[in-house]
Write a new protein. Structure first.
Length: 208
């Protein structure tokens, strides 16, 4: 019986501990400001446009340029990595400006009305429209910036909160080195969301 338990523990440790720990460590290293600057050596506005166009091939060139411009403008203004913003939008709406979720999240960055109102107040925006790409991206990027400061730049906790709120971020933090336990305790949507946004981030970082 003891041998069986030891085997089970070893499997859980290897599959649920070591590999996620390495992945999280690499994310943390990549997310340090001295390593990940706004524009790295291989970054350019054209790189962002190619990523947007590959995510939604129905977009016009004008829309690709417009969305790219908003992302770059507000990412720089609020000191957020533009590649992370693009990765979030790709997962949230696939760059569909009219997107609306079943729970009421709106626009490119799928901002909830309550979040939009709170962030707009901080930005002192008297008027805004979450279905307008410019307003949506400004508010969404500012929200990511707020999460960046709240979680010390930890991309995993930022994404967990962006998708599922504070509780999901805390669960990720508690079980961050044990992926199986994260899968069991977290909402699968949030668990899956974090992985997919990071995959998008790696795609824009490496392929474009």
């Amino acid at each position: 019986m003891k041998k069986i338990l030891l085997i089970i523990f070893a499997i859980l440790f290897l599959c649920g501990g070591v590999l996620p720990a390495v992945e999280d460590y690499m994310d943390e290293v990549a997310n340090r400001k001295e390593v990940l600057t706004f524009f790295g050596k291989k970054d350019s506005p054209e790189k962002l446009k190619k990523f947007i166009a590959s995510t939604n091939r129905k977009l016009s060139d004008a829309d690709v340029s417009r969305f790219s411009s908003y992302i770059l403008t507000y990412s720089k203004q609020y000191d957020v990595d533009y590649k992370l913003v693009a990765a979030v939008i790709a997962q949230e709406s696939r760059f569909k400006a009219s997107a609306k979720s079943r729970v009421g999240a709106l626009g490119l960055m799928q901002v909830m009305p309550s979040t939009g109102k709170s962030v707009a107040q901080k930005l002192k925006l008297p008027q805004y429209n979450l279905t307008d790409p410019k307003d949506n991206i400004q508010i969404g990027v500012k929200f990511i910036s707020m999460l960046y400061h709240e979680y010390g730049g930890d991309i995993n906790l930022m994404l967990a909160h962006y998708n599922g709120g504070y509780r999901q971020a805390e669960l990720y933090k508690t079980f961050r080195y044990f992926e199986l336990l994260r899968l069991i305790t977290m909402k699968y949507e949030t668990f899956d969301y974090v992985k997919k946004v990071k995959a998008n981030y790696r795609k824009i970082s490496r392929e474009f």
